[in-house]
Design a protein around this ligand. Structure first.
Ligand SMILES: [Zn+2]
Ligand SMILES: [Zn+2]
Length: 337
């Protein structure tokens, strides 16, 4: 064996058999189920104008401020490799005037995303997602339908014992006073917080809930929770979502600490956690984003969706002894097993 002269960049990987087959199984099954739910596939570019992500995801988020791969062209334009797919789909939805057609509209997109993350188990710089978006649906039943679809995909893959965590991020009306209340609390405990969190107080206080530092997590146990100060409309919306979920099936846990790391989320947010993974155990997550289409220059159209992490889902399947070979021709299964 020779010492390789070139190796794959940190945070990327070569996907070889039988991993490829398991991933293809995830994608095939999801694609089939999404078709049954009347979702249409959309292929959007792997890079966009940087400005789109800054506006959509939020300037003060870790994704935009630290984790994007950006590059320029000869004309001085700035582009970024997509760190997530929702912004691109929303951009395409506006650019092609898809909002003029009847609502709601359902799209999905499958492909690689890129984030300059600190490499660690379960975190990759190039990672693969199945991204699902439902546009033009304001009613709480849509939240429940999207969550049920997400759980349906995992169930179809044979994954068991998953935990669905649910929270509400409120709206512009209830989030502003909450933000002030949270900042007041954080100022009181500022000395005990890590440097990142102290920085977040000024720029994006809600992000402190993403912090993995034990000292911060301990202090945040006593922090005020948005869920208890929701405005009447958000409260009602959340109650309805829970009611529909109760009828439709997927069990959930309320977790007021679930705040997705993107600014565009409003109201329902959710995460699906696999017990077989370590610290990076979220295999699917999403939420509602009622202002995003408008923020990206479109009409005021509500939206919601989720992303499934293909890498982590595949790892969770592997650890559960699931090969995912069901879609392969018999001969290939024989060769692989
Ligand atoms: Zn509200
Ligand atoms: Zn911290």
């Amino acid at each position: 064996m020779v010492e390789p002269k070139y190796v794959a960049p940190t945070g990327t990987s070569d996907i070889l058999s039988p991993e490829v087959e398991r991933r293809n199984c995830i994608v095939d099954k999801a694609r089939r189920l999404l078709g049954l739910y009347c979702y249409q596939e959309m292929i959007v570019p792997t890079f966009e104008h940087t400005e789109l992500f800054v506006r959509g995801i939020g300037e003060a988020t870790d994704i935009v401020s630290k984790e994007m791969y950006t590059f320029g062209d000869q004309k001085g334009s700035s582009f970024a490799l997509r760190p997530e797919a929702t912004s691109g789909i929303v951009r395409a939805f506006i650019e092609h005037s898809l909002y003029t057609k009847s609502m709601p509209q359902k799209y999905f997109c499958i492909g690689p995303m890129f984030r300059k993350e600190k490499p660690q188990a379960g975190r990759y710089r190039e990672f693969y997602q199945i991204d699902v978006e439902l546009l033009g649906a304001e009613q709480p039943s849509a939240d429940a339908e999207v969550i049920a679809l997400l759980m349906h995909i995992f169930q179809d893959l044979g994954l068991k014992n998953l935990t669905l965590k649910l929270n509400s991020m409120g709206c512009r009306i209830c989030r502003a006073p909450y933000r002030e209340e949270l900042v007041g609390y954080l100022r009181k405990v500022e000395k005990g917080l890590c440097r990142n969190c102290r920085e977040r107080i000024k720029k994006n206080p809600l992000r402190v809930f993403d912090c993995k530092v034990e000292g911060c997590r301990h202090l945040l146990r006593e922090a005020p929770e948005l869920i208890s100060v929701l405005c009447a409309q958000c409260q009602e919306h959340f109650e309805e979502v829970k009611k529909y979920l109760g009828v439709m099936g997927p069990d959930y846990e309320l977790d007021p600490k679930v705040v997705r790391g993107l600014d565009y989320y409003t109201r329902s947010v959710f995460e699906v956690v696999s017990p077989s993974l370590g610290a990076q155990n979220v295999i699917g997550a999403g939420g509602r984003y009622d202002y995003l289409v408008e923020d990206c220059g479109g009409p005021p159209i509500a939206g919601l969706g989720f992303a499934i992490g293909i890498d982590r889902t595949s790892l969770a399947m592997k650890r559960s002894g699931l090969k995912g070979l069901e879609f392969l021709p018999a001969l290939t299964i024989e060769i692989l097993s």
